[in-house]
Design a protein around this ligand. Structure first.
Ligand SMILES: NC(=O)c1ccc[n+]([C@@H]2O[C@H](COP(=O)([O-])OP(=O)(O)OC[C@H]3O[C@@H](n4cnc5c(N)ncnc54)[C@H](O)[C@@H]3O)[C@@H](O)[C@H]2O)c1
Length: 303
């Protein structure tokens, strides 16, 4: 198949590209390289340096006869969305609409949504797909609104879609200097024997999922995905537990520093993944310890 991956130079998108190529697909990457790296784009993929809102997007679709789209490109920073909500909406909402306008003839679009951002403060745990959506940031709103556009394009034009609500994804190629991605940030610091910063007391919990599990869910969604799925480990892990797991693997005596808790962050969250197991035939396979070891191995080679 001829498959377009937006954001294919980014952390998750570049792994999706690698996997699609190893399965024999023709892969076209679209990325403006605002965050992604050209060297992360598989050499067998065709690369367009282009933004989601560029006027030439339609021409790429015509030329490449795209059949399936993986939409990973986004403004991904919660903090940036608070500082500059118009820019966030421009990329995540307007950019998605611009992409959808080019997608009317494609078979399916698979969209990267966020389980951590669209639900808001959980009313019950684990959070399933029926849980109310009350985003706490402009980023959460924009990721959610894009899902709604997918539903509308399905109704209006029959465009098939799957929206995968990821948990906290970690793994090789993740930016260890970003605001999110606590596993990569801690691993990078602790490999250098530096003290990582824990916001608050570290008992806040998240649902961490290794990037190869996310990739597998995306590929399964080509055939089987037909609406919205939580894709994550389905396990609750505290920030303190992440710190302890890295500390144990590295066998270091580094201690964390503490900063005040970040306002507006949810205290506890983990997701119910039964729907993805049932409908996509997907299950996470990589345990936290194994995933962290893989990440540390990758980071060691980069130092
Ligand atoms: N990393 C996570 O834990 C996580 C969790 C939930 C959802 N997501 C979603 O997964 C997707 C991928 O995230 P990631 O962690 O790989 O981030 P990333 O920043 O590594 O990848 C995003 C890519 O999109 C590109 N991009 C940004 N704006 C663009 C634009 N206007 N036009 C074209 N390209 C543009 C960037 O250059 C980058 O390569 C995003 O949609 C994000 O919202 C990620």
């Amino acid at each position: 198949m001829s498959i377009l991956v937006t954001g294919g130079a980014g952390f998750i998108g570049s792994h999706i590209v690698d996997s699609l190529i190893s399965e024999g697909h023709d892969v076209i990457v679209l990325d403006d390289l605002s965050e992604g790296k050209r060297e992360h784009v598989n050499k067998s993929a065709k690369f367009y340096k282009s933004g989601l809102n560029d006027a030439g997007l339609g021409k790429i679709f015509q030329k490449e006869k795209i059949e399936v789209v993986f939409h990973q490109a986004a403004q991904v920073s919660v903090r940036e969305s608070l500082d500059n909500p118009i820019f966030d909406a421009d990329v995540n909402i307007k950019g998605t609409i611009n992409l959808l306008e080019c997608c009317r003839e494609v078979d399916k679009i698979i969209y990267a949504s966020s389980g951590g951002a669209v639900y808001g403060e959980p009313k019950y745990l684990p959070v399933d797909e029926e849980h109310p959506t009350n985003p706490l940031s402009p980023y959460g709103v924009s990721k959610y609104i894009a899902e709604k556009y997918l539903q509308v394009y399905k109704e209006l034009y029959g465009l098939n879609y799957a929206a995968l609500r990821y948990g906290n994804v970690y793994g090789p190629r993740q930016d260890p200097y970003g605001e999110a991605g606590v596993v990569a940030i801690f691993a990078n610091k602790m490999l250098r024997s530096e003290r990582p910063m824990i916001n608050g007391d570290g008992t806040q919990t998240r649902d961490f999922v290794y990037v190869s599990d996310i990739v597998r869910a995306n590929l399964l969604a080509i055939e089987r995905g037909k609406n919205i799925y939580n894709i994550t480990a389905g396990k609750e892990t505290s920030v303190n537990e992440i710190f302890a797991a890295i500390k144990k693997i590295l066998n270091t005596n580094v201690e964390p520093e503490h900063a005040p808790p970040i306002k507006g962050e949810v205290r506890r969250i983990y997701l119910n993944i039964e729907k993805a197991e049932r409908e996509l035939g997907w299950k996470p396979e990589v345990e936290l310890e194994e995933g962290i070891k893989n990440l540390l191995e990758y980071m060691r080679q980069k130092i």
